[in-house]
Design a protein around this ligand. Structure first.
Ligand SMILES: C=C1C[C@]23C[C@@]1(O)CC[C@H]2[C@@]12CC[C@H](O)[C@@](C)(C(=O)O1)[C@H]2[C@@H]3C(=O)O
Ligand SMILES: O=C(O)CCC(=O)C(=O)O
Ligand SMILES: [Fe+2]
Length: 334
């Protein structure tokens, strides 16, 4: 771990933590995927929070721990070695800088295409001589998570009572799907101990642009979601479960019934946080518009027409906290 001298953290956003509360176990949307009727709870969670936790998911622990071990090995390398896999433009190793528009956070990460087979040469070049272990762990993990994501999307279609049940899942299962995978490492920031009541932004507030994001972290806290009243809710970490985040594209596909949730990560004073997130996106050419089967009576689309390529191109020009979807709303957001 690199120990930083005092002035360094002044470059990062500090936030007051007083306005946040902890997601109580009873209030948490926890979905048991092994239960027959979970489809209705899934729909409710996507409508009310745009966020839920999944238990009894059936993902073998070996996929998870293997990847976590490989990730820890990678982030433990000297900075000069890790930087050989950078910069993240967009794929590769990134440190503190997020995206291309000046966002910074107390985080280092690997951002990868979720279709490594398609870009093996470029991907392999990040890791010098032996990317195999890491690649194998990433590929096995992504395949398993993609299946789970697809199952969740099919249950959502069932819960909404729309056909065919793969209407959402086919978008992320398509060979051309533009899905992304990210491993984040938030090193502990010991200086936080000196700043009573303040916290450092690890990953600034934002919504995820894709359809669905599936997040798994170690047992270090930090993730917060924004509630309708603008307050922040701390999500207790749970290394045995997955957290699912509704993305902007799913909000549009459901004509605003499901909400893409704003979320952020606060850095921790003492413990490292490692998170792995699969962002399931559609093919670039896919038209993103409310599903006709969901539109009732005279219901109009809340959004202008766009393809995923157009949305992504526009999103890449935005800052993390921007309301990216606002640019595509028919009635401008206030
Ligand atoms: C500031 C940015 C980083 C981001 C691209 C963007 O211009 C706006 C969206 C950001 C985000 C958030 C969710 C994912 O972590 C991500 C990979 C994505 O698809 O959209 C990041 C982008 C990134 O880190 O490049
Ligand atoms: O690292 C996390 O826990 C969440 C990060 C995140 O929201 C993202 O990478 O889009
Ligand atoms: Fe996110």
């Amino acid at each position: 771990m690199v120990v930083l001298s005092k002035p360094v953290i002044e470059h990062y956003s500090l936030v007051k933590i007083s306005k946040s509360q902890t997601l109580s176990p009873s209030g948490t949307p926890i979905i048991d995927l092994s239960k027959q009727d979970c489809k209705y709870q899934l729909v409710k969670a996507c409508q009310e929070f745009g966020f839920f936790k999944v238990i009894n998911h059936g993902i073998p622990n070996e996929f998870i721990s293997k990847l976590e071990t490989e990730a820890i090995k990678f982030f433990s390398l000297p900075l000069s070695e890790k930087e050989k896999a950078g910069p993240a433009s967009p794929f590769g190793y990134g440190n503190k800088n997020i995206g291309q528009n000046g966002d910074v956070g107390w985080v280092e990460y690997l951002l990868l295409t979720a279709n490594p087979g398609l870009h093996y040469d470029k991907f392999a070049a990040f890791f010098g001589v032996s990317p195999e272990n890491f690649l194998y762990a990433v590929n096995s993990y992504i395949s398993a998570i993609k299946e789970m994501g697809s199952e969740i999307l099919e249950l959502l279609a069932d819960g909404l009572n729309i056909q065919p049940r793969n209407v959402f899942s086919k978008l992320v299962m398509n060979e051309q799907s533009d899905s992304v995978f990210r491993v984040n490492h938030y090193p502990p920031c010991p200086q936080l101990g000196d700043l009573t009541g303040k916290n450092l932004i690890g990953f600034g507030e934002h919504t995820d642009p894709q359809i669905i994001s599936i997040l798994r972290s170690n047992n270090t806290s930090g993730l917060q979601i924004s509630l309708k009243d603008g307050s922040w809710l701390s999500v207790p970490p749970d290394q045995n479960s997955f957290f699912v985040i509704v993305g902007d594209s799913l909000q549009v596909l459901t004509n605003g019934r499901f909400k893409s949730v704003r979320h952020r990560v606060l850095a921790n004073g003492f413990q490292s946080r490692i998170s792995m997130i699969y962002f399931g996106g559609p093919p670039l050419s896919e038209r993103i518009a409310p599903l006709p089967s969901l539109m009732k009576g005279e219901e109009d689309s809340l959004y202008k027409e766009f393809t995923w390529f157009e949305y992504k191109r526009s999103a890449c020009k935005t800052r993390l906290e921007d309301n990216r979807l606002g640019l595509f709303e028919k009635i401008a957001a206030t």
